[in-house]
Write a protein that binds this ligand. Structure first.
Ligand code: ARG
Length: 464
């Protein structure tokens, strides 16, 4: 049995059940690179402040480097005896350098140590997620460019509404992911604050140089209140929320891919290499991959809600409840990153079935709004035009025709303003081209949006 880092005050052995229930080593071992990185910076600072000697610091830093390499090579078992990663690293250090290793924890508590480790972890996770978001945006923008002029039905209430460009639809997701990336980058500012030097809650009696540690670890600043620094996990919650938002956006896109790949829609096919089959129905080809991303969204939301709930009634400062932050964070980060990785690949495996998209635009009176706008152009007020077109649709439904199949005489019954030129306005394929103000679905507007996105994402500009 290992000596506990807090053993002095205790006269009885810890119950075995308590040892295992209390331990976080089973999951916080993921923090080891950060724990060691933080310890090295702390150690150098202790020497700089004359709290330990330079020789002592050199020995400790060297041993910590060895421990890191051994951990990298899987040479430790993450046994519950260690309680947590901080205990494991300290024990390994003492094994290597003797009682000198016991000096490392001077002026430090596991409370500020774990706050530091988690901040370092989140900082890396954010960088990785931001890269993956950009990768997905590059794929989306590429798809939009390849399908720039493809017309498809746009929907509201999942009812055909107006013709839009497929490229515009895809670029909508680029916008969502762009904001998601911005949220992570804004959150990074708040994560990038160094908590070490807060000690347990009150700050240390030693004259620690916190700025030096922050500089060494690449932090932008130091925390301003020791009690806050060891007791809040808002930066983890922000990560979980930002991650939930990305998952929500991906889940909506996945939902569309699932619907679009159904026989009823038939707008896309997903390549065989990204689908799976059925053990009983030989004909089946199922969109499991977007379904799984949609499904895993619930898991990330769950971690957000669970940690919010864990935190909601904790008195200041540190409470052991906060140990529950880690599994939520690690699983959310892994899930988010694997989903983003798979999503970028999946999007490349989608083929759009242009003829099906075009066919779907022809049915369902998608030009009705343009017809009303046409009447406005002839001097009719919009409300009246809306009413007239509504009645025309009713007639068309009755006669089992589309609007463009009505004769000019049939249409003139509704408004004498209607002329031959109306048929141009009834062609759904032409509808997007009337909408080229910024943000609209016209080919010129979408092309400009693509160009701007490509520039921002460092992709080469399209030939103009
Ligand atoms: N494993 C603990 C956690 O994750 C580390 C901090 C322990 N601090 C303490 N005072 N028991 O929160």
């Amino acid at each position: 049995m290992n000596k506990k880092v807090w053993g002095g005050r205790f006269s009885q052995e810890t119950d075995a059940l308590v040892n295992s229930f209390n331990a976080s080593i089973g999951f916080d071992h993921h923090l080891y690179p950060y724990d060691i990185q933080g310890s090295i910076a702390h150690c150098r600072m202790l020497a700089n402040q004359g709290i330990i000697t330079d020789e002592e610091a050199t020995d400790i830093v060297e041993a910590l480097g060895e421990i890191k390499r051994e951990l990298d090579h899987g040479e430790f078992s993450f046994d519950e005896d260690y309680e947590d990663i901080h205990g494991l690293v300290e024990k390994a250090l003492v094994d290597k350098v003797g009682p000198l290793g016991e000096k490392l924890h001077t002026g430090r508590s596991r409370n500020d140590q774990v706050a530091l480790d988690v901040r370092l972890y989140v900082r890396d996770a954010i960088e990785a997620v931001m890269d993956l978001i950009r990768e997905n945006r590059r794929v989306l923008v590429g798809l939009a460019e390849d399908n720039l002029e493809t017309v498809m039905p746009g929907y509201t209430h999942l009812q055909r509404a107006q013709p839009v460009l497929l490229s515009h639809h895809l670029m909508a997701y680029n916008e969502m992911l762009k904001r998601d990336g911005e949220r992570f980058s804004e959150g990074l500012r708040r994560v990038n604050i160094m908590p070490l030097g807060s000690a347990a809650l009150a700050g240390p009696t030693f004259n620690l140089d916190r700025e030096m540690v922050a500089g060494e670890l690449g932090f932008e600043g130091i925390s301003q209140n020791s009690m806050d620094a060891v007791s809040d996990r808002d930066f983890v919650l922000e990560f979980l929320f930002n991650g939930s938002m990305v998952m929500m956006h991906m889940s909506r896109l996945c939902e569309e891919l699932i619907i679009w790949s159904s026989q009823e829609f038939g707008f896309i096919s997903i390549s065989d290499s990204f689908c799976t089959g059925s053990s009983i129905m030989p004909q089946k080809k199922n969109p499991d991959i977007p379904e799984l991303i949609r499904g895993k969204t619930g898991r990330v939301y769950g971690h957000l809600i669970s940690l919010l709930t864990t935190m909601k009634a904790l008195p200041l400062a540190y409470n052991k409840d906060m140990q529950e932050d880690k599994e939520a964070l690690f699983d959310a980060s892994d899930t988010l990153q694997s989903c983003l990785e798979v999503m970028a690949r999946l999007l490349r495996e989608v083929t759009f079935r242009e003829e099906r998209l075009r066919g779907a635009v022809q049915e369902g009176f998608l030009s009705a709004t343009d017809l009303a706008d046409y009447l406005v152009g002839k001097g009719v007020t919009f409300r009246e035009a809306h009413e007239i077109v509504g009645r025309m649709v009713l007639l068309a439904v009755d006669r089992k025709k589309e609007l463009h199949e009505l004769s000019l005489d049939e249409m003139k019954e509704f408004s004498r303003q209607i002329d031959d030129d109306v048929y141009l306005w009834l062609d759904p394929m032409l509808a997007p081209s009337r909408r080229n103000i910024p943000g609209a679905t016209g080919p010129e507007a979408v092309k400009r949006a693509i160009e701007a996105a490509k520039k921002e994402l460092g992709l080469e500009a399209p030939d103009s």
